[in-house]
Every structure is written in structure tokens, then in C-alpha cells.
Write a protein that binds this ligand. Sequence first.
Ligand SMILES: [Fe+2]
Length: 178
Amino acid sequence: MTTTASTPTAVTETRRAAGEALPWTAPGLSTEATTRLVESLQDRLGSLTDLHLTLKHVHWNVVGPTFVAVHEMLDPQVDAVRLMADDVAERIATLGGVPVGTPGALVERRGWSDYAVGRADASEHLVALDRVYEGVIGDHRAATALAGELDPVTEDLLVSQTRELEKLHWFVRAHYGV
Ligand SMILES: [Fe+2]
């Protein structure tokens, strides 16, 4: 008798995708509220993942007289934002959702263009990074407001992350003197 072995692809295809019915949620949360939270958190996971990858890209490509200052400022930002992405992904899992962290899913889902600056002076990168932080923080605030309606625990996570993101944004702005 011939049997068909499960391949990694087949196994992957049988796993639930984000947005499908949740097997459980945190006690006291409705399925509907949790579905909305997970959808919103998945967007935040994509943004934070994009941000920490972009920060590394800038770390590698910045040039000019302030190279060392900007290059060294960015690694702690990468670490901080990676931790935020991890916390958001684990919140999704805690709520019974499926955190999707693959590069293809990120690109398919995102609503913004890829970071466009390559090797360039620090001033050019810092202006571009200012815009990136503007977008991420604005969307984090919107997600925080939604969580405030649905789940104070998720709201608490996003409030603390927004506070930290705003501080990192200040570092970027302060480096180019605005
Ligand atoms: Fe490095």
C-alpha cells in the first residue's frame, strides 16, 4: 500500500492561517473582540518587523562625518524594536491567534513602500527614518485606541511600546537637529 508522507509544505498548509476561527481566547474576551485584536496586532507585527530590518539597513549604509554616532545609535533601536515585535507576536499567540512572521506575508500585507535610501549621508537617512517612525507610531496609536475599546491588557502592551517608540523617534530627530 502506498502512503503519502507529510511534507513540510503539506504540514504548513494544514496549519491555521491568521484570521481563521480561534480555538480559544483569553478568559473574559469575546471571539469577535479577539479576532479584531489579532488582526490589528498582526499589522503591528508587520510594521515592527519592517522597522527593525530597516534600522539595520540604515546601520549598514549610513556614511559621512556623523557615521559613528548614527551607526552606534541604531543597534540598540534594532534590539528594542525586535523585542517589541516578539511581544506582539506572543500576544497574538496568547489570544489564540497565529502570528505570521514570514517575509512574504509581511510584504503582501504591508501598505507602504520599501525604504528607498541606500548608501547615503546620515542627514538623508535620518530624514527618511523620521518619516518611517511617523508612520509606525501613528499606526501604533490607532491600534492602541482600538485595544482601549476591547482589551486593557493589549492596550497596556501597546501604550508601553508607543512610549518607547516615541523616545527612539526623538533620538532620530535630535541627531539631525529638529
Ligand atoms: Fe553592526
